[in-house]
Design a protein around this ligand. Sequence first.
Ligand code: B12
Length: 214
Amino acid sequence: MEKNTVLPRSRRPTMLVADTPAQTVVAELMLERANLGSWWTVAELLGLVLEALGTHWERGTLSVIEEHIASDRLLRGVSWINQTLVASRDGPTALLLVAENDEHTLGLSLAELVAAEVGWRTTWLGSKTPLTMLDAWLDDGDTHLVAVSASRASDNPSDLERQYRELREITQTRDVELVLGGSGTWPDNLPYGHRLRSFKQWCQLLTERIAVMG
Ligand code: B12
């Protein structure tokens, strides 16, 4: 039986394209958070919403314009909430970026929401970040973890393998943790770093690290 949430699964994409003020999306998200008890559970749910959005778009039951409006409404809603979640000044820092050539930032925004809730500070790099630029940035030693999101559009395994090799080189030498997320075709069985497939795993990893750091 479907959970008692404010957005029955079949209606969620419709709510996102509805002609209502953007604040209604924020209100719905907050209500989901209140019902489900954590941002990682809301993030898992929104993953399904985005999946459904993609299916509607593929089948032509939502136009490209409607899909753009829907993803932008969700993006704005999540960003608004992200700005209200201020992590402790002493919390560890995660650097957040999207794989090269991928412009899907929503998964990363959801990852940011989850991180902030469990006390991590985040530095947002988003899309179009050349990996070579990370070298100098990580030299100051303030970053504890680098998380990279690749959506379904990142479907070239050899290119993702190349990106992983570069990321590994940059992070392992500095003892910075590396997390690869999203549905992109990242390599499996990483010799360094973590390949995560859910926001639950992300939340668990971040919570464990905070506990160890004291
Ligand atoms: C929203 C959306 C857009 C928005 C993006 C807005 C934004 N700022 O993000 C816009 C309209 C801009 C867009 C553009 C395009 N899109 Co688009 N898009 C989508 C859609 C509907 C959702 C994508 C999304 O946000 N996924 C994010 C997360 C929630 O999903 P996920 O990757 O599966 O990740 C899961 C987990 O691993 C985890 N996760 C994600 N990130 C992270 C990070 C960490 C650290 C962790 C721990 C976990 C985690 O969350 C999810 C689980 O719930 C998908 C449909 C789909 N099924 O994905 C199409 C989709 C990805 N897009 C697609 C395409 C083709 C495009 C365009 C090329 C269209 C075009 N012709 O211009 C461009 C791409 C430009 C580019 N170079 O990237 C295709 C890709 C197919 C393919 N293999 O190539 C899809 C699959 C749609 C389809 N069915 O055809 N898109």
